[in-house]
Design a protein around this ligand. Structure first.
Ligand SMILES: Cc1cc2nc3c(=O)[nH]c(=O)nc-3n(C[C@H](O)[C@H](O)[C@H](O)COP(=O)(O)O)c2cc1C
Length: 181
């Protein structure tokens, strides 16, 4: 699959996986896509923790609410979970001071990195789901993060066992404004 629009439109959140490992070669390609993500002043604040150990994956799952997150099983059952993290107070900062009203831009840079990650995985025939609803402080302990590193999302990765149909998107005319809002 090479067409960009097709790649973007056919990526789905995958929450069920085959019992098949993700090779290191594939993982390297995914990391290469993350590497080339644009970032604030090229600060590249991202840090990724790759988790394959079943015990650690179970502990990560336990950081999700017991009910109400459809990706809970994916965190435990995917062959691989990538924890997308960032060093704080780098992106959007100049000489230690936030330069805009938004403060730390790490969430923005990680969003871009995560989309590169998911699209690269999809291009390789792998499925992903971005998981944002969990206890971030608890997950940071499971991942043994230093104090200045935050985890933003967990991304289970694996070969899709089931691909859902595409959830509806807003029409372009609903979000594009000409000259004024
Ligand atoms: C920042 C972010 C956080 C998300 N968190 C979760 C989550 O905690 N659990 C989950 O099942 N899906 C989560 N998703 C996936 C969205 O529900 C999904 O992308 C959306 O419904 C559109 O479906 P699609 O990815 O198949 O196009 C998250 C997506 C994003 C971008």
């Amino acid at each position: 699959m090479t067409d960009f629009m097709e790649l973007v439109q056919t990526r789905r959140s995958i929450r069920k996986y085959e019992d098949r490992e993700v090779s290191d070669e594939m993982l390297d390609k995914i990391f290469e896509a993350v590497r080339w993500t644009p970032s604030w002043a090229n600060t590249q604040c991202w840090e990724i923790v790759a988790v394959r150990d079943p015990v650690q994956k179970k502990k990560l799952r336990e950081t999700l609410p017991p009910k109400g997150n459809p990706a809970a099983a994916a965190v435990e059952k995917a062959p691989l979970v990538l924890a997308v993290c960032a060093r704080s107070k780098i992106s959007g900062y100049y000489k230690g001071e936030a330069t805009t009203k938004f403060g730390d831009w790490f969430m923005f840079d990680l969003g871009l990195a995560t989309e590169n990650l998911c699209l690269a995985a999809h291009h390789l025939g792998l499925g992903t789901v971005i998981v944002g609803l969990f206890d971030h402080d608890r997950a940071a302990k499971v991942l043994m993060l230093p104090d200045d590193v935050e985890v933003a999302v967990l991304v289970p990765v694996g070969f899709a066992a089931k691909s859902p149909s595409a959830p509806k998107r807003r029409q372009i005319a609903e979000f594009v404004h000409q000259a004024r809002f």
